[in-house]
Design a protein around this ligand. Structure first.
Ligand code: FES
Ligand SMILES: [Fe+2]
Length: 393
């Protein structure tokens, strides 16, 4: 079914390629400029978007075996994702129930129990409190009430979504809106998490706008990879999630062939964004290695940081392949840091000087238009009404 959808997209891209056209939004869209720096709005975005919606916090490949864990900070919340003995993934607030210490330092590792660095209370990978240090002196408590605080989690398509609100009533499947069927075509559950690096950037929306934008590729990136790239994107959406294709005649040779002959890796080309903060970029020839960029608001409205996670279908084996992969990581860090984010950081300084009251998203920038509309909608939606936004049918 989902391969059929990928072929449908490829046929639309092909049609646009043949006709030299692209998908256009109805009109030019204005975004109020203060949306990018107003501290009140920025706090609301953290609360209503990052702390309420499921976030793609990890890949299955990062914690494949029982005992593997990943500890990280996401929008100010310290989180642990574990692989339990039974093989299930679980997420918890990285906080000891005794007096709140952080249990695990950020990073990945393997452990079958977690012992708090403060007074050695110990938890299982299922989050149960299994031992209290000097329990005979501590006094009576019901251990079963003091496990780690669990967060809603869904593992699908080789990715792990976690909702930072422990009391969330939003079904993560509903939120995905069927987009996970598309992502599943990559087969990420069998891939490897080869490398991670972090890049500092401007306001998270200034940064994210760039991931939804091919318009800038042949201009801003002309000296790195963009010179030969077209500036046109076609946008495909599932709920708030957006895939970027492009007018392209690549699939001409498959046009009359049956579905099974269309090569899946090539069908997965382009960029796959996951609302509100993920971009999965594929490289030449489609997806056999990808860069998953995970954006988070920083300490102020003017800052963000991006974790770049490199997922590869097979690990590089020879020294030459390893050097090649290393070169690619450095190249992509350079492109994002020195081209995209350097531009974004300088752009950010212009926003609050009172020179203009809005920014523009053209008819050719429909992905950015949709993104900002979704952000607005989420800021206007109560907790109670949140699940309705993603209910289909
Ligand atoms: S805060 Fe963790 S054992 Fe005291
Ligand atoms: Fe860019």
């Amino acid at each position: 079914m989902s391969k059929a959808q990928l072929i449908e997209i490829a046929r639309k891209d092909l049609e646009h390629g043949r006709n030299d056209t692209l998908d256009l939004a109805d009109g030019v869209y204005k975004v109020p400029i203060e949306n990018y720096y107003d501290p009140v709005r920025w706090e609301a975005e953290k609360k209503q978007i990052f702390r309420r919606l499921p976030l793609t916090l990890a890949a299955t490949a990062e914690l494949r075996e029982p005992g593997d864990y990943k500890a990280m900070e996401a929008a100010g919340v310290q989180v642990i994702i574990t692989r339990t003995r039974s093989g299930e993934a679980k997420a918890f607030v990285n906080m000891c129930s005794h007096r709140g210490a952080r249990l695990l330092e950020n990073g990945r590792g393997t452990a079958h129990k977690f012992t708090c660095p403060y007074h050695a209370w110990t938890y299982s990978t299922d989050g149960d409190l299994v031992a209290i240090y000097a329990a005979e002196d501590f006094g009576d408590i019901d251990k079963s009430c003091y496990g780690l605080r669990e967060l809603p989690l869904l593992e699908k398509a080789g990715l792990i979504w976690v909702t930072l609100d422990a009391d969330s009533n939003l079904d993560i499947n509903d939120f995905l809106s069927g987009y996970d069927d598309m992502l599943a075509q990559f087969g990420f559950e069998g891939w490897h998490a080869y490398h991670q690096q972090t890049v500092e950037g401007p306001n998270w929306k200034v940064a994210y706008d760039g991931y939804l934008d091919y318009y800038h590729l042949p201009i801003l990136h002309r000296q790195t990879f963009g010179a030969e790239m077209g500036n046109r994107a076609n946008y495909y959406s599932w709920g708030p999630h957006t895939h970027l294709g492009r007018p392209d005649t690549f699939f001409e040779e498959y046009a009359d062939k049956p579905a099974e002959e269309w090569p899946t890796p090539a069908l997965l080309g382009g960029v796959w964004t996951i609302f509100p903060h993920i971009s999965i970029a594929t490289f030449a020839g489609g997806g056999r290695s990808v860069m998953l960029s995970q954006l988070f608001p920083g300490d102020t409205p003017e800052t963000s940081y991006t974790n770049q996670l490199f997922l590869m279908e097979s690990l590089p084996e020879t020294e030459e392949q390893k050097a090649e992969a290393q070169q690619q990581f450095e190249f992509l860090k350079y492109v994002v840091q020195e081209e995209d984010y350097a531009t974004g950081i300088a752009l950010q300084k212009n926003l609050d000087v009172g020179a203009r009251d809005h920014l523009l998203f053209g008819r050719n920038e429909a992905g950015g238009q949709r993104f900002h509309k979704w952000v607005d909608t989420l800021l206007e939606t109560s907790d109670e009404d949140l699940p309705k936004l993603f209910k289909t049918g």
